[in-house]
Design a protein around this ligand. Structure first.
Ligand SMILES: Cc1cc2nc3c(=O)[nH]c(=O)nc-3n(C[C@H](O)[C@H](O)[C@H](O)COP(=O)(O)OP(=O)(O)OC[C@H]3O[C@@H](n4cnc5c(N)ncnc54)[C@H](O)[C@@H]3O)c2cc1C
Length: 418
């Protein structure tokens, strides 16, 4: 039985994306009393806030889908299947990699259920706004919600905010973007309804429409190959990733410009489909956002930064707590991704030290904020891997002071792959 009162927890998780869900499940299954804090009114992170409708990183590259993620990630897939979602591996038409396709509305429900089933307290519409700390430990977080601000105390903390917001308010040293301060492009995946179901969307027709649009269109399309698109499972809608914009800095003015320009582009491009692509004459923009997709923002200083070399050699380590199997995907130039394969057995070890910040004993990193150099970041940020790093961060936060070997062993007992 936990000794904690209502506003005291063993582990507080900031952020309800793949990293935060993994962390909450990992900590709860390790026996902790857990609270997860999320600023939106639903869980899922980029999958539900930015229409990123495919889980990457669950499987290694290759002719068959060999699993690289189990444990918490598998619990989420099972929760999806339990409500009739597909939750199976599909080979991507554009990259040849194995992905899991998502329906965002189903996903929100599945995530509510899996966390409730594991006794995690969830606070939605709640933003982590400040932290109280000593020299070496965080003691509590200030959470801003509809009722105002309140403080919640805990023993262990996980930053799974994607943008390192908990680390930022805790005074952790950090870098923005790559080693030269450059940020990867932002993108706005969109959903399109009103398609003629009897006419398949032919890539050659989309490419021809783009060529036509690029002659004098307001926002020339850089993905001349037609971009990434697929049907959203369980609906007749098309998911299309074709809108990319450079992000000069992390200021609100830059995000405002990006959001507004992406919106204008989305309307233009849907009009282009209506005019030029068979099957799209009555199509419409069904959904963008709620916010633009942010690939990269801040990187808190971790005790170890995974490197591109770790990935390309498939480096194996005794203190491994998760596997990184997705090829490093770099979006330096908007709309022109470049891929680097993972070597060795097809995955690289993620050591516990890449989930630990420098200088604080009880703050752990999950998802896209873990320690990684600019190349390794292109791999570890994907959502399948984020479930795995989240699970390990949650277990580590629950087992205060455990070594990488101990955390790896605990994760293995929970069915995770290390
Ligand atoms: C356009 C685009 C396409 C991508 N394509 C793919 C793909 O196809 N497949 C794939 O697997 N990955 C893809 N990625 C990468 C992937 O989506 C992210 O790297 C991944 O979502 C990271 O997971 P996370 O849990 O760390 O962060 P996020 O998914 O960003 O979740 C962070 C959560 O924290 C919450 N939060 C933030 N600050 C606070 C705060 N102060 N208080 C409370 N809550 C807070 C946010 O609302 C959010 O819900 C893509 C990314 C982008 C932008």
């Amino acid at each position: 039985m936990s000794r904690k009162t209502e506003s005291e927890y063993d582990v507080l998780v900031a952020g309800g994306g793949a990293g935060g869900i993994g962390a909450a499940l990992g900590a709860a299954r390790a026996g902790a009393k857990v609270c997860l804090i999320e600023k939106y009114g639903f869980l899922g992170g980029a999958a539900t806030t930015s229409q990123v409708l495919a889980y990457c990183g669950f499987f290694q590259q290759g002719p068959e889908p060999v699993p690289a993620v189990g444990g918490a990630g598998e619990l989420v897939l099972q929760a999806m299947r339990d409500i009739g979602m597909d939750g199976q591996a599909h080979c991507s038409e554009t990259t040849g990699n194995w992905i899991i396709l998502l329906n965002p509305e189903g996903l929100k429900l599945a995530l509510d259920r899996v966390l409730a089933d594991h006794g995690v307290d969830v606070l939605l519409h709640s933003r982590v706004a400040a932290a109280t700390r000593t020299a070496q430990r965080i003691e509590s977080l200030t959470v801003a919600g509809m009722e105002g601000r309140r403080r919640i105390a805990a023993e262990g903390f996980v930053d799974a905010t994607g943008d390192a917001n908990l680390s930022l308010v805790s005074g952790v040293q950090m870098r923005e973007g790559d080693d030269k301060g450059r940020l990867q492009a932002v993108s706005a995946p969109i959903r399109i309804g009103g398609l003629d179901r009897n006419i398949p969307i032919e890539r050659e027709a989309v490419k021809a429409a783009i060529r036509e649009y690029n002659k004098d269109g307001r926002f020339p399309i850089t993905r001349e190959d037609g971009g990434i698109y697929t049907l959203v499972p369980g609906s007749g809608e098309l998911w299309w990733m074709v809108i990319d914009l450079p992000l000069p800095d992390l200021g609100s003015a830059s995000f405002t410009r990006a959001e507004q320009q992406a919106r204008a582009m989305a309307h233009d491009y849907v009009e282009m489909l209506r005019r030029h692509v068979p099957g799209c004459a009555r199509c419409y923009l069904a959904q963008s956002g709620p916010q633009i997709g942010i690939r990269e923002s801040r990187h808190p200083a971790a005790r170890y930064e995974m490197t591109g070399q770790d990935l390309s050699s498939g480096r194996q380590r005794a203190d491994s707590v998760a596997r990184a199997a997705w090829p490093a995907e770099l979006h330096g130039e908007a709309g022109k991704p470049v891929y680097y394969a993972v070597g060795g057995p097809g995955y690289a070890s993620v050591p516990l030290d890449s989930l630990r910040v420098r200088g604080l004993e009880n703050l752990f990193l999950a998802g896209r904020v873990i320690g990684a150099d600019p190349v390794a970041y292109g791999s570890v940020r994907v959502m399948g891997t984020a479930f795995a790093t989240g699970e390990a961060a949650g277990v580590a936060a629950a087992l205060d002071g455990a070594t990488g070997e101990d955390v790896g062993e605990a994760v293995r007992r929970l069915g995770g792959l290390t």
